[in-house]
Design a protein around this ligand. Structure first.
Ligand SMILES: [Zn+2]
Length: 313
């Protein structure tokens, strides 16, 4: 069994990849009165309170959207709809309603929930809800930036339930596949101390693990070593995989590692970090207790990497 404690991961959705290539099957699922339609508005997800617990909200498939009516497969308007899969045999779709002005989108969805920031709310959602929300958000982000063919510049249209966009020019017809950007994130330690850094973009007092995008021609281990060297001047010896986390902000997967390094002086060479430090477990606990240092959000993989290292004493 696949296990991951990282938020957004581990959902049970059956993506039904072989079946979603059949337009009749997708149209049939969309016409099913029991289908759940998950609206995405400018990256925000529809959420609702259910007996005090935050849940992913859905609207019925026959919901009438201004300027388009109910969604259909294949899509009859510019409004993107994607088949996410089957969860407990219930078809799940996402629809991007970003073309609607905020009051209009909110008014249509008001009986079902409110649009919220997934980055802030994701940690409070049940596993399947958080996973579906991340899946829908990441896929819609890709659709929004893939409307034209990178080969010939013609329009592209969704096929395969929204998991491929195909160029409409017959002589080209290039397929374009959803993109996920791999990023490495690593807790660097020397056995006694860990290496944490803070970006000027972080909220006050927050220190976190180092991280960065994988570049062409690199293995994940190469990317870990390069990012740590670029950001702090520290050379790592061994790199060990930990776990990964879908991170749909906008469309990444965070690949987590522990990396071992000799204790070396720090020099923040590039503009990524404004400060970095080595910190023993005792120092880190004391700083957090005194609120002179704050750790990243509890549901981030960065927090988990740090917390597990702290607990491994
Ligand atoms: Zn093309």
């Amino acid at each position: 069994m696949v296990t991951s404690q990282n938020i957004f991961a581990g959902g049970r959705i059956d993506r039904a990849a072989p079946r979603r290539a059949d337009p009749a099957a997708v149209a049939g699922w969309l016409a099913d009165a029991g289908t759940r339609l998950i609206p995405v508005w400018r990256g925000r997800i529809l959420l609702t309170d259910q007996d005090g617990d935050l849940r992913l909200a859905a609207v019925p498939p026959r919901t009438n959207w201004p300027d388009g009516g109910p969604v259909q497969w294949p899509p009859s308007t510019e409004r993107t709809v994607v088949f996410l899969g089957l969860l407990d045999d219930v078809p799940h779709f996402a629809v991007d309603v970003s073309d609607l002005e905020q009051p209009v989108a909110e008014a249509v969805c008001a009986p079902f929930g409110r649009f919220d920031d997934l980055r802030m709310a994701g940690g409070a959602l049940p596993v399947d809800d958080a996973n579906l929300a991340a899946y829908a958000r990441g896929l819609m982000e890709w659709h929004g930036h893939s409307r034209y063919c990178g080969h010939c510049g013609s329009r592209t249209m969704p096929t395969d339930g929204g998991h491929i966009r195909r160029c409409v020019l017959e002589t080209c017809a290039a397929p374009h596949f959803p993109r996920t950007d791999p990023a490495v994130i690593m807790l660097v330690h020397d056995g006694e101390s860990c290496l944490l850094g803070r970006s000027a973009r972080f909220h006050t007092k927050i220190y976190s693990t180092l991280a960065g995008f994988v570049e062409p021609g690199e293995s994940l281990e190469d990317a870990v070593a390069r990012e740590v060297l670029e950001e702090t001047g520290v050379r790592v010896d061994t790199v060990t995989y930990h776990s990964s986390q879908p991170w749909p902000f906008p469309r990444s997967v965070m690949i987590g590692f522990h990396a071992r390094a000799e204790h070396q002086p720090i020099s923040c060479n590039d503009d990524e970090l404004e400060h970095a430090l080595w910190c023993t477990r005792r120092e880190l606990r004391a700083r957090v207790a005194a609120d002179s240092l704050r750790l990243p959000h509890r549901y981030s993989i960065a927090y988990r990497l740090i917390a597990e290292w702290l607990a491994a004493e």
